[in-house]
Write a protein that binds this ligand. Structure first.
Ligand code: ARG
Length: 462
């Protein structure tokens, strides 16, 4: 190879960049992660050029062989990534040219790194999206299993973190199954916009070669071709959308984590988390800390931050491609890593949860959780709701003084607050009665919870 061809700076420049600038502008240390999809994209591009008569059969065969070798080198960890060659794209192309000569130099015909990198990110994200959707479904299954074991387990439902009304633990778990269901839907929907082909847009305006973008799209499994070259090379909204879906998923898991931390505190004592997800304290021998949920809560901040980083990255960019876009990858990769790790660990952790029904039942009783039921009972007997509310408020105050739950008061005691109260009140004052009465779609009655469990099992099957 001649000296000129060996230089990483072209004939256009009088001097190379400084070491600092080289490090500052290079991306190979993180974008090498896209090596396999970069090769996949290049092979499809080469096949399309060949079909269009731009690239000879011999060149195509050489490119295929060269890329197969490079792939093997990458998988074996043999490929030495060079900072001089800036990014994954130029590293692979140079390696190819070293191996097969001029055919390697012809690969970049009708293409730019701008449409190349946009294609790579989309291929990478498409794969990540499919993994994430499957993991969300796995986590949902573990929550449905837990809900099934506790479809009738009474726990206090809270508003303002004050005991409000009885719910079942199964119902509470299914609330998260619903959230995660919407999260999966969001990823599936974002995938439609991820799965479009930028390649063929070249640097920004398209190319003068007789290309067949539909063919490249078909080879790479894209649903469609991006319809505007300027948009195709500069748009990263598909990545922002993906990160928004990830931030919401993490936010849901952060809420659940917060609950797990509270429930595991001896002040609540509602659950125990298996030891393998907890750590002890280096100084306090009695401690067992819920590290995993705490970290999920903490890592949510990180993913939310990535979303803001990507939005900010995009907000002032003029068309078309700008180097700013190189900064999309680290937040994106870290979002994928954080979310996939979190989902994996979470499904496992939820299977290791021990529920303590006695503690939950105790909390229900301490909180007068059936007070609304008593008010509803009086309304059904003809009392206006506001009067019923007042009568029950007085009954609660009385029970509190007696240190009893409403269900533990004698009938005569209850009747002193309203003569409408009769023996049948027993059914509404117990947590079980309260639950069973909320028997409609979306209600917490164990029967309804079981119906929802069956619905989710069918949805998640297969
Ligand atoms: N490493 C670059 C990136 O990630 C590839 C595209 C570079 N294009 C350019 N015109 N400098 O965005």
């Amino acid at each position: 190879m001649s000296d000129a061809a060996n230089k990483t700076w072209s004939g256009r420049f009088n001097e190379p960049v400084s070491e600092l600038v080289k490090r500052y502008t290079a991306s190979v240390h993180f974008d090498k992660r896209m090596a396999e999809v970069d090769i996949e994209g290049s092979l499809a591009h080469a096949a399309m050029l060949n079909k269009s008569g731009v690239l000879s059969d011999d060149d195509l065969a050489a490119i295929r062989q060269g890329m197969a070798d490079i792939l093997e080198d990458i998988r074996a960890g043999r490929l030495e990534w060079s900072l001089d060659l800036e990014d994954v794209h130029m590293n692979i192309e140079r390696r190819l040219t070293d191996k097969i000569g001029d055919a390697g130099k012809r690969l970049h015909t009708g293409r730019s790194r701008n449409d190349q990198v946009a294609t790579d990110i989309r291929l990478y994200l498409r794969g990540a999206t499919d993994v994430i959707v499957a993991l969300v479904h796995e986590l949902q299954k573990s929550l449905v299993d837990l809900a099934d074991q506790h479809a009738a387990t009474v726990m206090p439902g809270f508003t303002h973190l004050q005991v409000a009304q009885p719910v079942t633990f199964g119902h509470h778990m299914l609330a998260y199954v619903e959230m995660l269901g919407r999260d999966a839907e969001r990823f599936i929907d974002a995938r439609k916009r991820i799965n479009r082909l930028p390649l063929g847009s070249a640097a920004l305006a398209g190319t003068t070669y007789p290309i067949d973008r539909e063919y490249t799209a078909q080879l790479l499994g894209f649903d469609a071709v991006c319809q505007n070259s300027l948009d195709a090379v500069s748009d990263r909204d598909f990545a922002i959308e993906f990160t928004a879906a990830a931030a919401l998923t993490m936010t849901h898991l952060s809420r659940l984590s917060e609950e797990l931390v509270l429930w595991m505190s001896p002040r609540f004592g509602f659950i125990d988390i298996a030891d393998r997800f907890c750590t002890g304290s280096s100084i306090m021998p009695q401690k067992k800390n819920p590290d995993v949920p705490e970290l999920v809560r903490g890592k949510t901040g990180r993913v939310n931050g990535h979303l803001v980083a990507l939005l900010t990255l995009m907000k002032s960019q003029p068309l078309a491609y700008n180097k700013d876009n190189q900064e999309d990858k680290e937040p994106l990769f870290d979002t994928v890593d954080t979310l996939t790790d979190t989902l994996r660990i979470y499904a496992d952790m939820m299977r290791g949860i021990t529920v303590k029904p006695e503690a939950m039942e105790r909390a229900v009783k301490q909180g007068f959780a059936t007070a609304t039921d008593l008010a509803d009972y009086l309304v059904k007997k003809g009392l206006p709701f506001r009067d019923a509310h007042e009568a029950v408020a007085l009954a609660v105050r009385y029970a509190e003084e007696k240190r009893k739950d409403l269900s533990e008061l004698q009938l005569v005691e209850l009747r002193s607050f309203s003569s409408l109260i009769e023996a049948d009140v027993v059914e509404v004052l117990t947590p079980e009665g309260s639950l069973a009465a909320r028997d409609h779609v979306g209600g917490t009655a164990p029967k309804q919870v079981r119906t929802q469990i069956a619905r989710w099992r069918a949805l998640l099957a297969g």
